[in-house]
Design a protein around this ligand. Structure first.
Ligand SMILES: [Zn+2]
Length: 308
């Protein structure tokens, strides 16, 4: 039976963000229960071997907080983490790799464009290729994740291109992975080979296309980009000058938002992840949170396990 753990549901910066005095961050500085780590999800077919979707800068804290990811009893060196699947090259998706440099073997799965970004940043060479192979993902080509010893994991991944953009720090730069349109933002469908159940994970998505709707229809479990409540939220709050769209993220609300777009698709469980600290839906007593929950969505706490 496939298991899914939401290690963290916050967007880049986390909740609270170190330098932010917005209402949500102020509340979270004061109340530990409101704190959230940056988005990452762990999936497993057998409960013993886990694959991370993205390695957030909070990875070490997430591993400590998640018993499923602790070294097994009796082993001197061990981690249940068998691999990391990167859906993009943003700092909040890749920086946690630097916390995995202590000589354990696992695989990094990512699109060639994102692997090129890692290759162009030599600090990632702390992960030795022999121990930590980098495996390119092709779009719309299902493949089975492998354990470090090469045996099949029981989890089949299909990566698909979704509307988005390259990492912020590449703006105005030559992309190390070239100019091909797709590859910087992936959605993932992870299927349990034994049961056929699947989880769909999209931590970034700028727009819900008809093709995406068809893919997600009748899904048992969808984890979806919840970065902003409304597109101009950062500007309106005086926190930044970019819209959600300019950052490659759809809003939760509005006629074109995620809640409206994924309504009536027969999705059994809908969870928002990658929620920015500017988003008022993070606070339990807001009208925005009520609207999210009334629409059948959940804002998962860190560490929550869900079963598709
Ligand atoms: Zn804030």
């Amino acid at each position: 039976m496939m298991r899914v753990v939401v290690l963290g549901a916050a967007a880049g910066g986390g909740v609270p963000q170190w330098n932010c005095g917005c209402p949500v961050c102020r509340a979270a500085f004061a109340d530990p229960a409101l704190r959230r780590t940056q988005a990452s999800v762990a999936v497993s077919a057998d409960g013993a071997h886990w694959f991370l979707i993205n390695a957030s800068p909070d990875l070490r804290q997430q591993v400590i907080a998640t018993p499923q990811l602790h070294p097994k009893d009796g082993a001197l060196r061990h981690s249940p983490i068998a691999g990391v699947i990167l859906t993009n090259g943003e700092v909040d998706a890749v920086a946690g790799l630097l916390s995995m440099r202590e000589g354990s073997s696992f695989s990094i799965y990512a699109h060639a464009k994102v692997l090129a970004v890692l290759r162009a940043n030599s600090i990632f060479n702390v992960l030795n290729d022999q121990l930590v192979p980098r495996r390119p993902i092709d779009i719309d080509q299902p493949f089975e994740l492998a354990l470090p010893d090469g045996t099949p994991s029981g989890l089949v991944v299909t990566a698909f291109a979704v509307p988005g953009k390259a990492a912020w720090y590449l703006e105005g730069q030559v992309h190390p992975g070239g100019d091909a349109a797709d590859g910087d933002t992936l959605g993932l469908t992870i299927t349990d080979k034994a049961t056929g159940t699947a989880v769909h994970v999209l931590t970034a998505c700028a727009r819900v296309t008809d093709e995406l709707k068809a893919r997600l229809a009748d899904a048992p479990l969808v984890l979806f980009d919840g970065t902003v409540w409304r597109d101009d939220e950062l500007i309106a709050a005086g926190l930044g000058h970019k819209t959600g769209q300019a950052m490659g993220h759809i809003a939760m609300s509005g006629d074109d938002g995620a809640i409206a777009a994924l309504h009536d698709l027969g999705i059994a469980q809908r969870l928002f992840v990658h929620i920015n600290n500017s988003n008022p839906a993070l606070l339990a007593d807001t009208a925005e949170r009520k609207a999210v929950e009334q629409a059948g969505w959940m804002i998962p706490p860190d560490g929550m396990e869900v079963t598709p």
